[in-house]
Design a protein around this ligand. Structure first.
Ligand SMILES: [Zn+2]
Length: 426
């Protein structure tokens, strides 16, 4: 069998399996796997892997095992049910290069349900798109990778290198799920994460820091508001100061070789605000949960120090805060940026797969969000590719994945696995 036949057989097998792939994707998207509730998704992945004959490792994550590792971010919520699931394929002939395929099954909250056209966890296919929370980011990618492996088998072939199929949690808040696979000992010659990248290859991605501003005011009845201190308005003063830090960091970003092409790569977001207890009481407290990006090569510790000093300086020129300094708490991501490099072999293999499906060369994506690739690349020098389908409204309302793009990215994934791991006849 020649190489062209092999390719065509795999591509045909992806087409033949696509309806089944969509049905599985729909079942997976239907699970409301927000943070802390990923268990049923992990059960489903474990079952899918076992049905296919993979060796399944399903374990509880112990934060103590991870807390000293590079890239760890603090966990604040109940972590007692946190699990990682890895399915391993072991080849009978070891000839190719090993591979990690990784997807995250956690999704972000839906926001107000009435703002969705169809319920977020009742996935609907319409006009070539699948709608639902997580349909795009990134449940369709995870299931796509599984069906890419299925297509190789359906084509009468089997990979000639070890493959780990990894389903992780917490990608949207710390990345500790991915970190747990490395702590457990899973390694490979390359990693592919099929996040929805619109058919581009992530070349460089930001890091992210999460922090909480804790402002404590002085509660009094509103009739004597002048003698109190309003924690909510004081928090706004700090937010404005951090917006200035955002401007400063975007200036600094102009010297980054990839991010200089973007007008505003560093985004600061006050994402959650809570405070006060009563409309007629001057609020005694306000907590603001924030996210800010940093660039590859920037030290997380240095950026944390800058955030602290920005907040302290703003507090010093505020009537109330100067005597009641706010606290800064680290509340999730403490992540470095990651640039894909030293990955020529993996990129060459992927380039062949891409050309066969899309034609031409894959374009780079300079990404203002982060992905789990950083752990593989930074902590263990594993070239870590991020490539996947197109879609829209990730983290918004009416999130969808474009199904034609999903079919193509599944094909590219399948050909990449065959190219990288090698295949032989069953
Ligand atoms: Zn994602």
């Amino acid at each position: 069998m020649n190489a062209i036949d092999t390719k065509q057989k795999i591509l045909d097998a992806v087409d033949a399996g696509f309806d089944a792939q969509l049905a599985t994707t729909r079942d997976f998207v239907a699970i409301p796997s927000t943070r802390g509730a990923e268990g049923p998704c992990q059960d489903m992945i474990g079952d899918l892997l076992r049905q296919r004959g993979y060796e399944v490792d399903d374990w509880h994550i112990d934060v103590d095992d991870l807390k000293d590792l590079r890239g760890f971010g603090p966990i604040e919520h109940d972590f007692s049910k946190a699990r990682t699931v890895v399915g391993t394929y072991r080849p009978s002939t070891n000839a190719g290069r090993s591979l990690i395929l990784q997807g995250h099954c956690d999704v972000v909250p839906t926001g107000p349900l009435e703002m969705w056209e169809t319920p977020p966890f009742s996935p609907v296919i319409k006009d070539g798109k699948m709608y639902g929370r997580g349909a795009c980011d990134m449940k369709s990618g995870t299931i796509g990778a599984l069906y890419a492996l299925d297509a190789i088998k359906a084509a009468g072939l089997k990979p000639t290198a070890r493959i780990h199929f990894q389903s992780v949690i917490e990608e949207e808040s710390t990345g500790v799920g991915a970190l747990s696979t490395l702590q457990r000992g899973y390694r490979a010659d390359a990693c592919l994460i099929p996040e929805p990248t619109s058919g581009k290859m992530v070349r460089s991605q930001v890091g992210v820091i999460w922090f909480r501003l804790k402002v404590r005011g002085h509660p009094v009845h509103v009739f004597e508001a002048g003698s109190g201190a309003n924690a909510i308005t004081a928090a706004y003063h700090l937010i404005e100061a951090l917006q200035k830090l955002e401007i400063e960091w975007n200036e600094r970003a102009k010297s980054d070789r990839y991010f200089k092409a973007l007008t505003h790569p560093i985004n600061f977001n006050p994402g959650i605000i809570k405070g006060g207890d009563w409309a007629s009481s001057v609020p005694a407290w306000c907590d603001v949960d924030c996210r800010i990006a940093i660039l590859p090569g920037w030290s997380v510790a240095d950026c944390q120090a800058e955030i602290r000093s920005c907040v302290s300086a703003a507090a010093r020129d505020h009537r109330f805060l100067s005597n009641n300094p706010p606290e800064v708490e680290w509340s999730g991501f403490l992540s470095e940026g990651y640039e894909l490099k030293d990955s020529a072999e993996a990129e060459a293999a992927f380039g062949k797969a891409f050309a066969a499906v899309y034609g031409g060369a894959v374009q780079d994506l300079v990404f203002t969000a982060l992905t789990d690739t950083r752990f593989y690349g930074l902590n263990y020098n594993i070239p870590s590719l991020c490539f996947g389908a197109s879609g829209a409204a990730m983290h918004g309302f009416n999130e969808y994945v474009d199904l034609d793009s999903l079919r193509k990215s599944t094909k590219a994934t399948a050909l990449f696995i065959a190219e990288w791991c090698g295949v032989e006849k069953v």
